[in-house]
Design a protein around this ligand. Structure first.
Ligand SMILES: Nc1ncnc2c1ncn2[C@@H]1O[C@H](COP(=O)(O)OP(=O)(O)OP(=O)(O)O)[C@@H](O)[C@H]1O
Ligand SMILES: [Mg+2]
Length: 454
C-alpha cells in the first residue's frame, strides 16, 4: 500500500453507516479502511499507518471506549473520534478527558464530521511541524546573512538564487566552517518551500542503526527500544527540505536506502512493509572528497550522481582573504548587538594578523576569534592583545626566542620574519611584501642577500 494521503479507519458494526461514511471520506480524498469490531480494528492499526480512527461507541463485544484505550496505549499519535447515539453523549464527553479528540452524535452530520476531521488532522500536523518551525524562526538565515566580496562567492550567490525556487537536489562541498549550513538555510528559506519544514540531520553524529530509524521511522517492536511507531525525518520533511549534513559519513547500507528515496520518492519504515511516498528536497553537505571515497569503495557512485545534481563548492577563507574586512565588520556588528557593546572595529595590526593567518577553521574560526576578543576587551577597538594566543604568537617576533642567552642580530630577525611570513602566505611574494610593508623589489633583494632566492 502506498501512503501519500491521510489514512482514516472507520469502525462501526452497522454496515450501512460504515460504508456510507467510508464512501464520503474517499470522495473527500482520504485513504480509508474499515472494521466491524475491536479485534479487526486493532489488526488494521498494527499493519497500516492510520492517522485517525472514527469509531462507534457501541460495538459488539468491547465498546468503542475500550478500543480507544487500547489504541491510545499502543499508538498514542493516532487521533480518535467517537460516534455516539443520543443517550450516550455523556460517556463520550467523559472520554474526551482521557484523550479522545472529539465526538459526533448519530446520525452523523456530514459537514460537521468533515470540518472536525480536517481540524484534527491539521492540528496533528501543526503539532509535528511546530517544533521545526520554532527551530526555523530561531535560526532563520536568509540570503542576506551571507556576506562576501570575492567573485567565487558572487557566483555561488547567483547560483543559489537560481536553484532555490526549484526542487533540485544540491550537494554543498566545503571545509569545516566555510558556511555549508548557512548556504543550506539560504537555499531552503529563499525557495518556494520556505514555509514548510527544513529538517537537518548530521549523518556523523548518529550511530548507523539509529540513523536509519531517525530518517525513515520505525514500526513498533521493530527493534529493542522501538516501543511505539514513529515517523521518520523524511516523513516529517514532506513537502519541505531535508539537509543531510556530513553525507560522506553515511554507511553503504543507508546509502542504498537513500538512493531509493531519491529515485522512487518512496521508502519503508524500519520493520514496516508499507511504502510511504514523500516529496522532499534533499540538500546534502560534506567536507570529504566523495570521488575519492567512491574509489575506496566507501561511497556509492550512483548516489553521488543523484546528490550532485547542483554542486556548490565553498572556497576556504584562506582563498578569499579579500572577504576578511567585510566579514570582520559584519561579525563585529552582529556580536556588538548581541553583547550590547559598541565595538567600532579592529586595529590595523589585527587586520594584518588576520591577513597572514591560514584560517583552518574558516569563517567559524574568525567568528569565534572576534567573539572571544570582544569578551576580553573593554575598549571599542579590538587590538592584538585581545586575540587568542595562537594567533598572537603566529605574528610575534618573540616567537624567535629573544632570550638573553640567545642574542641574535637584526639581520637574523629580518631573515626569520621573511621566512615566517612567506610560510604563512604559502610563498606568495606579493602578499608577503605587502604584509612586511616593503616593495616587491626590496623583498627580492633581501631574499638574495640572505641566500633565499626562490
Ligand atoms: N559568507 C558568510 N557570511 C556570514 N557568515 C558566515 C558565512 N559563512 C559562514 N558564516 C558563519 O560561520 C559559521 C559557520 O558556518 P556553518 O556552520 O554554515 O559552516 P559549516 O560549513 O556547516 O561548518 P561544519 O563543516 O563545521 O559544520 C556560522 O556562524 C555561519 O553563520
Ligand atoms: Mg555544518
Amino acid at each position: 500500500m502506498i501512503k501519500d494521503k491521510e489514512l482514516i479507519l472507520v469502525v462501526d458494526d452497522e454496515k450501512n453507516t460504515r460504508e456510507s461514511l467510508c464512501k464520503i471520506l474517499i470522495q473527500e480524498g482520504y485513504s480509508v479502511l474499515q472494521a466491524k469490531k475491536e479485534d479487526d480494528a486493532i489488526e488494521i492499526v498494527k499493519n497500516n499507518p492510520v492517522d485517525l480512527l472514527i469509531t462507534d461507541l457501541c460495538l459488539p463485544g468491547h465498546d468503542g471506549l475500550h478500543l480507544f484505550r487500547q489504541i491510545k496505549k499502543e499508538y498514542p499519535s493516532i487521533q480518535v473520534i467517537l460516534m455516539t447515539a443520543y443517550g450516550t453523549v455523556e460517556s463520550a464527553v467523559e472520554a474526551m478527558k482521557e484523550g479522545v479528540s472529539d465526538y459526533l452524535t448519530k446520525p452523523v452530520n456530514i459537514d460537521e464530521m468533515l470540518i472536525l476531521i480536517n481540524k484534527i488532522l491539521q492540528g496533528q500536523k501543526l503539532l509535528e511541524e511546530n517544533k521545526y518551525l520554532r527551530e526555523k524562526f530561531k535560526s532563520e538565515q536568509h540570503l542576506d546573512k551571507i556576506i562576501w566580496k570575492c567573485s567565487q562567492m558572487q557566483n555561488i550567490y547567483n547560483l543559489i538564487q537560481q536553484v532555490a525556487p526549484a526542487r533540485s537536489t544540491v550537494l554543498i562541498y566545503g571545509e569545516s566552517g566555510t558556511g555549508k549550513e548557512l548556504i543550506a538555510n539560504a537555499l531552503h528559506y529563499s525557495g518556494s518551500r520556505k514555509d514548510r519544514p527544513l529538517i537537518k540531520v548530521s549523518c556523523a553524529a548518529i550511530p548507523e542503526m539509529l540513523l536509519e530509524s531517525e530518517l525513515f521511522g520505525h514500526e513498533k517492536g521493530s527493534f529493542t527500544g522501538a516501543i511505539e511507531r514513529r515517523k521518520g525525518l523524511f516523513e516529517l520533511a514532506h513537502t519541505g527540505t531535508i539537509f543531510l549534513d556530513e553525507i560522506g559519513e553515511m554507511s553503504l547500507g543507508l546509502q542504498s536506502k537513500l538512493l531509493r528515496i531519491l529515485e522512487e520518492r518512496e521508502f519503508q519504515r524500519v520493520g514496516g512493509n508499507i511504502s510511504i511516498k514523500v516529496d522532499v528536497r534533499v540538500i546534502s553537505a560534506t567536507n570529504k572528497d566523495l570521488p575519492q571515497l567512491i574509489k575506496e569503495g566507501k561511497f556509492r557512485e550512483d548516489l553521488f550522481y543523484r546528490l550532485n545534481v547542483v554542486k556548490i563548492f565553498l572556497p576556504p577563507l584562506r582563498e578569499r582573504k579579500e572577504d576578511l574586512p567585510i566579514l570582520v565588520d559584519f561579525f563585529i556588528d552582529e556580536l556588538s548587538k548581541e553583547t550590547n557593546r559598541h565595538i567600532k572595529g579592529v586595529s590595523p595590526e589585527v587586520m594584518q594578523i588576520f591577513n597572514i593567518h591560514n584560517w583552518p577553521g574558516n569563517i567559524r574560526e574568525l567568528k569565534n576569534c572576534l567573539e572571544s576578543a570582544i569578551v576580553r576587551t573593554s575598549k571599542n577597538i579590538l587590538d592584538a592583545s585581545t586575540l587568542p594566543s595562537y594567533l598572537r604568537q603566529e605574528n610575534n617576533i618573540s616567537n624567535f626566542d629573544l632570550k638573553e642567552e640567545k642574542l641574535i642580530s637584526l639581520d637574523e630577525i629580518e631573515k626569520k620574519t621573511i621566512i615566517h611570513t612567506l610560510n604563512l602566505v604559502e610563498g606568495n611574494k606579493t602578499k608577503a611584501a605587502g604584509i612586511l610593508g616593503i616593495g616587491l623589489k626590496t623583498l627580492y633583494r633581501k631574499l638574495k642577500k640572505y641566500g633565499m632566492e626562490m
